[in-house]
Design a protein around this ligand. Structure first.
Ligand code: NAD
Length: 296
């Protein structure tokens, strides 16, 4: 089983215990078996201690986050489906099918304390946090002159501070445990500009910058960082054009030169593949990026 750093310190300090590092397979496993047969107390220490990857997905109650929860459970992970909306998170967690487990938790990412408590509980129960998906986000579509200061602050709180809270809570823990991976959901709007989305684009550019900068220094600590920059994805956020008469779905599809929004489950599979390959960025679909670059 996975153990906490403190428990590990006590274990290796115990003169009665034999510790076999790399003991889950091959020569290490054979060594552990011989020692155990000889009557020694043996602790098998291995990266693959129990085979269960632990993950937290914020905004897991809907859209891309829900798809990430489904994909992770299908891969056998233990996943905390964290969302402001506990009912939505519970439905997603209950419906996820696979060898893994999903548990719902109400987490408001604008609260550093709530994000930290979710991370601390996973570490207390499982010894480590392998994957952190800072995915929760809101959009604000409309004329910038109509934005109130409260709206500017609200989108900064969720889309930017929410990601900072996640990074701040997991990064030192991941360094201490010897590795992990942080995935931040930005947007195509984090790579390019789009009118009527000024505040959203600002937060997403910041998330891209945070992610790419962190990635360069985290690599030497065995922590991977991936930033996800999708064009329009088929989720409820597309219909949340809170401001002005412009309907989000039409605006996004036309602006990005794509006929159909991306399927969230397809995107989630791409994201997990990018994590496995430790890629810096996921941009999906490629034709949207090209169209946007050409200024269509
Ligand atoms: P969605 O609206 O379907 O899901 C967002 C989820 O985040 C909801 O369940 C909501 O309850 C939750 N949430 C909102 N505020 C929260 C808070 N303070 N704390 C915790 N949870 C909170 O939207 P989605 O499309 O799945 O969006 C997920 C992420 O993907 C967002 O960061 C969004 O900006 C980004 N994104 C979406 C698209 C798209 O077209 N759908 C494109 C690019 C980027």
């Amino acid at each position: 089983r996975r153990v906490s750093t403190n428990e590990w310190r006590k274990t290796v300090a115990d003169p009665q215990v034999c510790v076999v590092v790399g003991g889950a397979s091959g020569i290490g496993a054979a060594t552990a078996a011989v020692l155990a047969a000889a009557g020694h107390r043996v602790v098998v220490a291995d990266l693959d201690a129990d085979g269960v990857t632990t993950a937290i997905v914020t905004g897991g109650g809907s859209g891309i986050g829900a798809a990430l929860v489904r994909a992770l459970v299908a891969e056998g992970a233990y996943v905390v489906c964290a969302d402001l909306d506990l009912d939505a998170a519970s439905s997603v967690a209950a419906a996820a099918v696979g060898p893994g487990t999903a548990v719902a938790r109400r987490v408001d990412v604008t609260s550093a304390a709530e994000v930290r408590a979710a991370v601390d509980d996973v570490v207390a129960d499982h010894g480590r946090i392998d994957l952190m998906f800072n995915n929760a986000g809101i959009s604000l579509l409309g004329d910038t002159e109509d934005l109130t200061l409260d709206q500017w602050n609200a989108i900064i709180d969720v889309n930017l501070r929410g990601v900072v809270h996640g990074v701040h809570a997991v990064y030192p823990q991941m360094i201490a445990q010897g590795g992990g991976h942080i995935v931040n959901t930005a947007s195509m709007g984090g790579l390019m500009a789009a009118g009527l989305l000024t505040s959203y684009v600002m937060t997403k550019h910041a998330v891209v910058g945070l992610s790419l900068a962190l990635r360069t220094e985290a690599a030497s600590r065995h922590v991977g960082v991936t930033v996800v920059c999708p064009a329009a994805v088929d989720t409820p956020i597309l219909d949340k054009g809170e401001l002005g008469p412009v309907r989000g779905r039409d605006y996004f599809l036309k602006g990005q030169g794509i006929k159909r929004p991306v399927d969230p489950d397809h995107l989630a599979r791409k994201v997990l593949a990018a994590v496995a390959a430790n890629r810096a960025m996921v941009v999906e679909p490629v034709q949207a990026r090209i169209a946007w670059r050409l200024g269509r």
